[in-house]
Design a protein around this ligand. Structure first.
Ligand code: NAP
Ligand code: MG
Length: 398
């Protein structure tokens, strides 16, 4: 068989710990035998980030602007323990945060649905993709404890000095207060990323806020989405046969529970934080969750939603066998390869991505899986494979 060629590279961001081990196995067993893999390689492993003063992360993000498609392995976000473990010069920032700040994107998280790993919500048949607006609101809020009686106001001072005031509360005793903000530019980017991704994946887009109560703050989110939809996306959505659906957040939650899935749910920052954990745990496993950062300019960065699986890595270092699930990392690669194929008009590459996903799902549905899935599957007597055996079983099927 002739290997599939790639005209344009994918930006490849290597990572840390157990996922770095899986990364190499996936390339050797599932990609390189079939594709003349064309990537621009960036080593985001913590040691190399430290050596380059984290410049490698910035370079990788800029390369993503150049080539439009990236695939990323999970990486360590340093904390105090990692400072000593890796003898770090500085507590480097989260690579995902750095990359997102450069690409200005929205993260879409979607579960990989297989027969035999049933969601807790029995009517969920198709994936529910959560898009979380990752800027502002309570995450960039300022807060005060109010010690006693007194007045709290919002004050806006324009550049020319004119002031606008709004009473928050006349306190008669102790209390608390919070100020938060968002910027129209960021909301508009979020909206465009969501509309684009809905078109890309041919799924309906749902969005919800509490605009009836928050008549200025939340209502602005609703208005910006609607204005952009009407001006730029209405025709495209109709042509694609998909729908943009806005409702109140509590109504959305009730409808989501009764739906069969198969749509994108755009969420404000806090709603996305909460709902993405609910949806991922209800679908079964963090190891079966993919994640893609989509920028409003059309850059795509694919990764697994889970971390570096540190506990398994330490077992691996001690020479013990591991059974780490590589599905989300495989789907990060297929996502990137399919997008590369789509942008380059390379249908062979797109077909390969479909086949690798099917081989992965078929392997699990035939009863061969890693330990985390064996513990929750409805398939009787599953065969538990170790990290490498599972990848090889997919390779055989492919
Ligand atoms: P984690 O790597 O997601 O793993 C937490 C636990 O979830 C594991 O110990 C394991 O449970 C289970 N798990 C996760 N992925 C699995 C898989 N593929 N196969 C089987 N089991 C899986 O989270 P963490 O241990 O809290 O974080 C480790 C490092 O990852 C941290 O340094 C953190 O900064 C980083 N992180 C990176 C990203 C990213 O790059 N996007 C995201 C999150 C965290 P059992 O031990 O019970 O088997
Ligand atoms: Mg959360």
């Amino acid at each position: 068989m002739a290997k599939i060629k790639m005209t344009t590279p994918i930006v490849e961001m290597d990572g840390d710990e157990m996922t770095r081990i899986l990364w190499k196995m996936i390339k050797e067993n599932l990609l390189e035998p079939f594709i003349e893999l064309n990537t621009e390689y960036y080593d985001l492993g913590l040691e190399h980030r430290n050596e380059t003063n984290d410049q490698v992360t910035v370079d990788a993000a800029n390369a993503t602007k150049k080539y439009k498609v990236a695939v990323k392995c999970a990486t360590i976000t340093p904390n105090a323990a990692r400072m000593t473990e890796y003898d770090l010069k500085e507590m480097w920032k989260s690579p995902n945060g750095t990359i997102r700040a450069i690409l200005d994107g929205t993260v879409f998280r979607a579960p990989i649905v297989v027969k035999g790993i049933e969601p807790c919500v029995k009517n969920w048949k198709k994936p529910i993709t959560i898009a979380r607006h990752a800027y502002g609101d309570v995450y960039k809020g300022s807060e005060m404890k109010i010690p006693g009686a007194g007045k709290v106001e919002l004050v806006y001072t324009a550049e020319d000095g004119t002031q606008t005031k709004e009473l928050v509360h006349n306190f008669t005793g102790e209390g608390i207060v919070q100020g938060m903000h968002n910027v129209s530019q960021s909301i508009a980017s979020f909206a465009r990323s969501c509309f684009n991704y809905a078109l890309d994946t041919k799924q309906d887009l749902w969005f919800a806020t509490k605009d009836t109560i928050s008549k200025k703050y939340d209502h602005t989110f609703k208005d910006i989405f609607q204005e952009i939809y009407d001006a730029e996306y209405d025709e495209k959505f109709k042509a694609a046969g998909i729908v943009y659906f806005y409702t109140l957040i509590d109504d959305a939650v009730a409808r989501v529970m009764k739906s069969e899935g198969g749509y994108i749910w755009a969420c404000k920052n806090y709603d996305g934080d909460v709902m993405s954990d609910m949806v991922s745990s209800a679908f079964g496993s963090l190891a079966m969750m993919t994640s893609v950062l989509v920028s409003p300019d059309g850059y795509y960065e694919y990764e697994a939603a889970h971390g570096t699986v540190q506990r398994h890595y330490y077992k691996h270092l001690k020479g013990e066998e591991t059974s780490t699930n590589s599905v989300a990392t495989i789907f990060a690669w297929t996502g990137a390869l399919r997008k590369r194929g789509e942008l380059d008009g390379n249908s062979e590459l797109m077909e390969f991505a479909d086949r690798l996903e099917k081989a992965t799902i078929d392997t699990i549905e035939s009863g061969k899986m890693t330990k985390d899935l064996a513990l929750i599957t409805t398939i009787e007597n599953p065969t538990v494979l170790n990290s490498e055996e599972f990848i090889k079983a997919i390779g055989e099927r492919l």
